[in-house]
Structures are given as C-alpha cells and as structure tokens.
Design a protein around this ligand. Sequence first.
Ligand SMILES: [Zn+2]
Ligand SMILES: [Zn+2]
Length: 334
Amino acid sequence: MKALVYRGIGQLELQDLPTPEAEFLVKVLGCGICGTDLKTYSKGHHMFPPPAVLGHEFYGLVERTIPGSGFSVGDPVVVAPYAECGTCALCSIGAGTLCRQKSFVEGGAFCEYLGIPASYVATGVFRIPEADDAFTLVEPLACVLNGVAHLKLRATSRVLVIGAGPMGALFALLFKARGIPVTVLEPGAVRREAVAAWGIDAREPGNVKAGDYDNIVIAVNRKELVEEYVKSVADAGTLLMFAGLGKGEAVAIDSYAIHYREVSLTGCSGYALPHFREALELIVGHRGIFSRLISGRVPLARGKEAFTMLQAGQAFKIVLKPGAGDSGSAGSAG
Ligand SMILES: [Zn+2]
Ligand SMILES: [Zn+2]
C-alpha cells in the first residue's frame, strides 16, 4: 500500500509499505493533518521518531472484519486514535483524558490501510452514517469539547477565543452551532476573514474591554496571552489554557484576578471517549457548519504541499486523501 512516511524534520516521502495483516482492517478515505503532525514535521516530536507514518484524524471503510464484532465489510467508520481504560482511579472520577493505561491505534493513517487491534474494535471504532470528510473532524472536535467542559458557561455568557488557528476556529464554530455569542481575535488577515465569512465576529487583537467576556479560550501557545487575558476576563469568569506551553514554562499571573475577582484559570489537552462520542453526534447533526473548517483536500502523494501550506498559516484543516489521483484542491482558508 502507499504510505506517506515521515523521514525526519521537513521530510515526507510516499513509499510502498506492506498492507497490515490485522484481523480488522480499515481502508482510509481521509485523514486530517493535526497540529501535532505539523509540529512533528516542522520540529520533530519525541513520540514519533522517524521513520513513522503520522495521522490520527481519519475515517474510512471497513475492509476486513471480525465475525461478531458488529461491523461488516464496507461499513463507513471513524476510529478514536486512543481510548482511556475506563476503570482506573482517574477514569472513575471522569478524568479519562489523564488515564495512564490508554490503548492506542498503532501507526498513523497517512496511508491506504490501517489495522485495528481486535481488542480495540469494540472500544474505539464507531459506525458513521456515510463516508464524508467531515468525520476527520471528530477527534479535534472531541478535544474542543473537553475544553468547553472546563468553561463555566451561563445563559448570558459571551466567549472570546484568542487565535483562529484550526482549533481556535473549531471552538468558534462549536459556539456558533450552540448559539453562544463568540468573538475571535486573530492577527492574520486570511484566517480572520475566513472566520468572519462564516458569520462569526472576528477582529484584530486589541481593544478588549475588561469584563466584556466571562469565558476566554487561549488557542495560541504564547504565555503572554495568558498573562494579558487573565486581566480581561469578567469577574467569576474562566480562562482556559487550551494551547500547550513548554514543560516547566512559567506564567506570571495577576493574583488580583484570581483572588479578588474569583477568576478560574484552567487547562486541558486531548479528549476522553465521552467527548469523542459527543463530537461524532455533533458532526452528524451539524455537518454543514463544521465542514467549513476543511480548507482543502490533497491526494496523499502530494501531502508535503499540504504541510507547507499549513506552515504558512493559510489554511485550517487539510484532509489527505489516500485513494485520490494527483488532482485535489488545497484552496486557501475558507
Ligand atoms: Zn488531532
Ligand atoms: Zn483509566
């Protein structure tokens, strides 16, 4: 099978690899490029030493199944890239994102076929109504839903999202789908205008009046933004550190906001299976809204171009299509 192999920083190569011999096999129809994939390609990542096949935001068709699994050949499915154990102390208090006994799909999905361990099928494979690239968004949306669960949303809430990268934009689309007033601050004109074209209030950073927003999501990994916006969030409001900072990186927080104004500072990363299931339902129900995040579709063979485009900050999500020929459109954001 064809696979896009990451061979080191800045290196991606289409190669022939043996098709997995797993009992349960998924034919990949589309796989979104995640921030983690982009980071690995641009700077390397300790979890993905080369050579490696990246990609975890995928859906496809069941190519080979296990009798009694409930799945038939040809079923469209989406696969959660990892799943918490569900029984440890952290899982039992609802912190499945922090479970240390997670099971994982082995290998990435920037290829034609992905084998799923038999023991993982019942936990992590989900039937979808039909094959649609929108289902590549289930995993990132699940991460966003985990973030939203950390906010304190009220009937009168006004949310501010800092940064219209793919995840910031996905937060904005979720609030739009839920009818919650949201403003996005983004310095880059291309992404800002794309978000505005979705009917979302998108502005250049600056001029945020203290108290205007009771929930603020920081979707850019710069500590100065946390320091700045903790001062702007309304009394009794919440600031979510959604973008990850480096391990050990210190942030200077104005304690007045936390103590005298009862602002909550929180953060999260990843998802747990309840978020994944909720994200799947949301995509089924609001496919039109969430599909806007897909800026382009690129054949696997031209995957490197898609990474270059994302590096330039000109797109939100690009879906790599293993089955496609050489054509395909990696249009600009929008
Ligand atoms: Zn992802
Ligand atoms: Zn667990």
